[in-house]
Design a protein around this ligand. Structure first.
Ligand code: FMN
Length: 353
């Protein structure tokens, strides 16, 4: 049944098919997917948070926190909602999402379309009153409005409003579709931003882990600067990576030259290479989340051996459907055990040292 629905959705414009996917999730259609529970090979404690398994839903799928429980029920160890901005915004003009079927990739220039932080806050308050929540961790990915005059304050507003409901927060400084956002990855800007965030969080007693999410299109100096700044300022984690503005020569789908961020299979290698470099530059002292082009347990295992403690998926889910989630986790258990690991944490960075 799920396979038929997926085949049908693939014929529709991507944004409309995403809308229908969210509707089907809300309807409870995917409720009885069996999930891996209490597996000691996959279990980890990171930032004092228990992760039942390392596979998370990447930001951008559930921009408005509409299907947190439903996506956790699919078998994810954690889900990340957003990117959310202080004010609601429509984003760029449509069409703005393109499926590159032959390349197993997507290009999007959505531009942080979302209903804004107050709308998300309402949903999170309601959710916090539900005593029957599924087990799983919630990350909130925050950004700035495209027309803001006060970049840093946008992040602070989101943290102060949404922080209490998150298990961890992600400062998104890497989406390619918001003007000047990626400039926040430059050393002086990043130092200032993190400084302001840390001061705010001390003042307001917000003790949630703060992660940053970076682009795969950085030069060596930028990579080193981000690693050193993260270590110096006590950043809790780095998500590697967002979508890419580069276009590998191997792409052959008709939408390959659309403007925006490329995700899926073609970015697996560059984002995994960046993961390795950041693991080296940070000396393995900051937990990294590997994301970009994962579709199988083997991909996930490669990310882990390249330095990721946790992993996320988005585009792979669009092409493979929800069955991919438990498949990736099962394959991961098999691959870890075949290599003699008793727990996933032992394999983190094994290919890098
Ligand atoms: C349609 C679409 C929308 C996205 N929106 C966001 C977003 O709002 N915030 C963000 O941090 N990343 C966003 N991403 C990037 C993903 O979270 C992820 O970093 C990237 O797609 C690489 O992973 P993947 O190859 O598994 O898709 C988006 C990706 C896609 C395909």
């Amino acid at each position: 049944m799920i396979r038929i629905i997926l085949a049908f959705l693939r014929f529709l414009p991507p944004e409309f098919s995403h809308f229908l996917t969210l509707l089907s999730l809300k309807s409870g259609m995917f409720k009885n997917v069996s999930r891996i529970r209490n597996n000691q090979v996959l279990h980890q404690v990171i930032w004092n948070i228990e992760f039942e398994n390392p596979l998370g839903l990447a930001a951008g799928f559930d921009k408005n926190a509409e299907v947190i429980n439903e996506t956790l029920d699919l078998g994810f160890g954690f889900v990340e909602v957003g990117t959310v901005t202080p004010k609601p915004q429509y984003g760029n003009a449509k069409p703005r999402v393109f499926r590159l079927n032959q390349d197993k990739a997507i290009i999007n220039h959505l531009g942080f379309n979302n209903l804004g932080m107050q709308s998300m806050k309402k949903k999170l308050i309601k959710r916090s009153q539900n005593p029957y929540l599924p087990f799983g961790i919630l990350g909130i990915n925050i950004g700035k409005n495209y027309d803001t005059k006060k970049d840093f304050e946008d992040y602070i507003e989101c943290i102060n409003n949404l922080g209490p409901y998150a298990d961890y927060l992600v400062i998104n400084i890497s989406s390619p579709n918001t003007p000047k956002l990626r400039e926040l990855q430059h050393r002086e800007n990043l130092e200032e931003l993190i400084n302001i965030v840390k001061k705010n969080n001390d003042l307001n007693k917000i003790s949630k882990p703060i992660l940053i999410k970076i682009a795969p299109d950085l030069n060596d100096q930028q990579k080193r600067d981000i690693a050193l700044t993260s270590l110096a300022q006590g950043i809790d984690g780095i998500i590697i990576s967002n979508t890419s503005i580069s276009r590998p020569k191997t792409l052959f789908s008709k939408h390959k030259d659309e403007i925006g961020g490329l995700s899926g299979k073609p970015i697996f290698l560059p984002s995994t290479n960046l993961l390795k470099e950041m693991f080296i530059y940070t000396g393995g002292r900051i937990p990294l989340i590997g994301v970009g082009g994962i579709t199988t347990g083997k991909d996930a295992y490669e990310k882990i051996k390249s330095g990721a403690s946790l992993i996320q998926i988005y585009t792979g889910l669009v092409f493979e459907g929800p069955k991919a989630i438990n498949k990736i986790n099962s394959e991961l258990i098999y691959l870890l055990q075949a290599d003699g690991y008793g727990n996933i944490s032992e394999a983190v960075g094994a290919d890098v040292q």
